[in-house]
Design a protein around this ligand. Structure first.
Ligand code: S5P
Length: 273
């Protein structure tokens, strides 16, 4: 049994080998939040505005940097400054999916230079292990301590094919890169009952498709609540429109923060390994 989800972030941070995970858990405990704001805004002004106003209540800001109509270096400088001001990590939801050689160029270069500013990126293993090898290599070559990868092991959209063997392979590949793969984007904890899990293993689970008041959208998105996500073994809750598109985003982010933190506290108080 390798589930660590019954332990507090503080305890997990002590034993975790990855410095970025230690930092993430420390941020969560310090700010008492496990909310990842999916800030899918389309102008730099809106993105930086929401990051500044909601920054105090979140652990991570997730971006889709390629949806900005006016992306430029000031956008990046602004995001980095706000991540320091409000003590949150930056997660670029790039969902890399190509051969390793191409992905290295997409990660390091282009106009977006994602490696230079995003603490966390995610990738699909549809194309095989080479993609993780490529991202891992780039992170190692740069020699920085604060870059890591999440494997997109499941998806929330209706009819998703990221299931079964694909999801199992995601876990197997993650195990081979313990220094740079910190966990998964998935709807639930994946490695809990896995017979091959080493006892030290502690993947971090980021769960998207989280919304308190909606079940889904017209384009196939499917939601669960903060409470069900946490009961399923999630560690960090990714929420977008439920927060930024509400009438009062500050009130909403506080509501998600309270729900997520309460469910986390309940889990560590009651769950048994
Ligand atoms: O399976 C997934 C994986 C991701 S990263 N389903 C998702 O919805 N996402 C992302 O989470 C999606 O790209 C979007 O940025 C966010 C969900 O936004 P919301 O507005 O539906 O909460």
């Amino acid at each position: 049994m390798a589930s660590k989800s019954n332990l507090s972030f503080e305890t997990r941070a002590v034993n975790h080998p990855n410095p970025l995970v230690k930092r993430l858990f420390a941020i969560a405990e310090r700010k008492q939040t496990n909310i990842v704001l999916s800030a899918d805004l389309t102008t730099s002004k809106e993105l930086l505005g929401i990051a500044d106003s909601l920054g105090p209540y979140i652990a991570v800001l997730k971006t889709h940097i390629d949806i900005l109509s006016d992306f430029n270096q000031d956008t990046i400088d602004g995001l980095v400054a706000l991540s320091e001001k409000h003590d949150f990590l930056l997660f670029e939801d790039r969902k890399y999916i190509d051969i390793g050689n191409t992905v290295q160029k997409q990660y390091k270069g282009g106009v977006l230079k994602i490696h230079s500013w995003a603490h966390i990126v995610n990738a699909s293993i549809l194309a095989g292990e080479g993609i993780i090898q490529a991202l891992d290599q780039t992170i190692r070559e740069a020699g920085v301590q604060d870059r890591a990868i999440l494997i997109l092991a499941e998806m929330t959209s209706k009819g998703s094919l990221a299931i079964g063997e694909y999801t199992r392979a995601s876990v197997e590949i993650a195990r081979k890169y313990p220094d740079t793969v910190l966990g998964f984007v998935s709807t639930r904890e994946l490695s809990k009952h896995s017979p091959n899990a080493p006892s030290t293993e502690d993947f971090v689970v980021f769960t998207t498709g989280v919304n308190i008041s909606s079940k889904g959208d017209a384009l196939g998105q499917q939601y669960q609540t903060p409470t069900t996500a946490m009961q399923g073994g999630s560690d960090f809750l990714i929420a977008g429109r439920g927060i930024y598109a509400s009438a009062d985003p500050i009130a909403s982010v506080k509501e998600y923060q309270d729900a997520g933190w309460k469910a986390y506290k309940q889990r560590i108080a009651t769950d048994k390994p």
